[in-house]
Design a protein around this ligand. Structure first.
Ligand code: NI
Ligand code: MN
Length: 233
């Protein structure tokens, strides 16, 4: 896949590292240390300029606080999760809301809906973390990617397709906590990307959805099955 200067690396589960055409490093959903799918040599994050958090569950922001403290990236999250991250890190977080777009480094980041929960587990309690979201990222070379976060399929994915037309979609397919292959195939009909990268499967035994099932069901879209640690572009 020609990503025109973008390098996209899957670190397993919902965690991706993206090197932008402008030389910035973006991490989406920073969960590496406890992530059983993350390769050993990727567990120590070396550099990050932008951290995008889709929601507050531990398998998405498990290492956000440590990484933010260590590397001082611009952290993007929904407003309430952003407040919590500010308290924990002592750093400023660029909180935002669904439907909004902000420029971060050489990226335009749009926060979009996700149909999922967002409670923060903190000290044996669950506290309000705002809502789960996804992101559409527009790079300086014009390429647009959509990371759905954890979500069910929902009808307004059609609006994401209409308004932003991402050519690449990272979609969860594991089932149980998110959509599975059948729902993800339907999501492809609404989003109309050129390529879909399956994620959020196989990490735990309950995440049973497989890329091969999505390949059978999704028509007119290339299913790009990545291996953890693999880089494309
Ligand atoms: Ni979740
Ligand atoms: Mn999850």
């Amino acid at each position: 896949m020609n990503l025109k200067g973008i390098k996209l690396t899957w670190l397993g589960h919902a965690t991706f590292r993206i090197e932008t055409p402008g030389g910035k490093t973006v991490i989406i959903d920073p969960w590496v240390v406890g992530n059983p799918m993350c390769p050993q040599n990727e567990k120590d994050v070396k550099t990050v300029d932008v951290l995008l958090c889709t929601h507050a569950h531990g398998d998405h922001i498990g290492d956000a606080v440590e990484i933010a403290k260590q590397h001082n990236p611009v952290v993007v999250a929904i407003y309430e999760l952003g407040l919590w991250l500010e308290r924990k890190t002592g750093k400023q977080v660029s909180g935002m809301g669904k439907g909004g777009t902000q420029t971060v480094g050489d990226l335009k980041v749009t926060m979009v809906h996700a149909d999922h929960s967002c409670g923060i587990e903190d000290g044996g309690q669950v506290i309000y973390g705002g809502e789960a979201c996804g992101y559409v990222i527009e790079f300086s070379n014009g390429i647009k990617m959509y990371h759905a976060g954890d979500t069910a399929v929902f009808g307004d994915m059609r609006i994401i397709g209409d308004l932003y037309a991402p050519s690449i979609a990272m979609l969860p397919i594991g089932g149980h906590y998110t959509m599975g292959p059948r729902e993800a195939a339907y999501a492809c009909k609404l989003l109309r990307p050129k390529a879909v990268i399956p994620m959020h499967f196989g990490t735990f035994p309950v995440l049973t959805g497989k890329p091969s099932e999505l390949k059978k069901l999704a028509k007119g879209v290339e299913v790009v099955e990545m291996k953890p640690g693999q880089t494309i572009g």
